[in-house]
Design a protein around this ligand. Sequence first.
Ligand code: F6R
Length: 613
Amino acid sequence: MCGIVAYIGHREAFDIVVKGLKRLEYRGYDSAGVALMNGDLRIYKSQGKVSDLEAISEGKDKSGSTGMGHTRWATHGAPNNENAHPHLSQSGDISIIHNGIIENYVTLKEGLIQRGHSFISDTDTEVLVHLIEDIMEHSKLSFVDAVRSALKQVVGAYAIVILSKNHPEHLIAARKGSPLVVGIGEERGEYFFASDATPIVEYTKKVIYLKDNEIAIVENQEMIIKNIENVVQAPYIQELELNLEQLEKGGYPHFMLKEIYEQPKSIFDSFRGRFNSATSEFHMRSIEEYGDKLKDIKRLILLGCGTSWHAGLVAEYLFEDFARLPVEVEYASEFRYRNPVLYSDDLVLAISQSGETADTLAAMDLAKRKSATVFGVCNVVGSSIPRLSDAGAYTHAGPEIGVASTKAFTSQVTVLTLLALGIARLRGTMNIKAIASVMRELEQIPEKVEKALKLNDEIIVLSEKYKNAQNFLFLGRGYNFPVALEGALKLKEISYIHAEGYPAAEMKHGPIALIDENMPVVVVATNSEHYEKVVSNIQEVKARKGIVIALVTEGNTSLNDLVDHVLEVPETIEYLSPLVNTIPLQLLSYHIAVMRDCNVDQPRNLAKSVTVE
Ligand code: F6R
């Protein structure tokens, strides 16, 4: 995880770097630090958030038109001042910021200690900057060549920026396995570096996404990109589609609430222009270009982590129902260490908001090595997952900044619905009329989500009542079992209340023992094939005095006397019901977390982009 930002140019670097770090704080907020160059190299760092860094640098010399900063999610070493980046070399001449993990740092460190180096921090990063200096001293390589040589010795992942007091005209950045974007400023010699494009967008729209094993070297106002073998690379300059308003809270108290309310639009953007419900035709590159392949696939394997894995679980039902494909849904973190049996007619589909989740990337890599076709469904344009995929589709949800995923989930489900329908059409497992009827209903979903958002006031009242509960249970069946899992995940990650999601019928095989008069049980009981069975499960909870909050289809009053609270959501077809039913559960977790005084957008111990395994 961790976020990095750097600037070299003609403006004062401090404000640019600190503003950028605030945009990247979703990646970690254990500590923050900056390094500034203006003849000398000044470093300010602090445990905690970027605001703590601002406070400690108040009144200090912040001048310098070259600078870099880091916001940390602790991996090696506690979240304290010593472990905060930037780190310095033995002499203090060279400074580094790093996102990633240097796996062989212990071995490298032992060698350096034998050669007289001493370390201040427990981090893997400090080892790398010492190694660079050690190489410069012992082999007399130039600064740039020493960085290259050190990187060749590193096993692991990194996005780094390096500055040296003795080479003030230089800035060196490199990536392998962790993202790094370079923004090209409008004036000659101005460059921006960041873990994603959000700190860059307000200055320039021209960016280069560095590839693995590439090193960007700025020297005397010019930048060249080389690979680790010192061969000059021709960069691909892209135009950013992102705009600044998308990165602001827009009047909402938290990004999470803004993103929950954006869902009518983000769902619409996820399907807009991708199908024609009058002709049942699809306009998706992955379906058009890979049509022959997709027609003949024998099995689909969906990969993801956390909320993206939940979207995969919804997609399992969709692909089975629509495309009649055998489907497996795998935690990427487990799949990557198995020895899975894969065939060339398997389709592996990775799902990810950030496009940088280390486990998902490793699992895709394994699938590719075993010759499966690998698709990606991803939100962040230009991130690593789409680049590793043979094909796929972006979710177009727009930037998701709240650490808890909300709009990305519903956009993933929307895009996966389209892919399932598209593949069903190719395979002839659904007739055109049936496809068109699902498409027409999908077109209604943004409006239905808008209506579901109107439950907000009722949910505030409920949240007040149950905000002090110690545990919560979420139950659902079929398409709404993953919704129950997602409801539980949202609640535990932002409000720190223990919550479990379960298939409603599984409750009697264990969790029913937990039920007493203090246990709120949220049951998704909207119209479905299993409705009557879910009602029986509710009876089982009530018989044990559990508190039931039931999500029912609008107009259904039949549970009013049985349950404690009813939330009515707009009716839709069962296939698309997760898109509507997830909304009240997101609002419930949001309001409970706010009422418990939790940091909703930056919950403890979490980071948005999990770039370490
Ligand atoms: C939960 C959440 C995480 C992510 C998971 C995967 O709200 O945000 O569980 O879903 O870390 O991240 P991506 O989708 O970026 O691969």
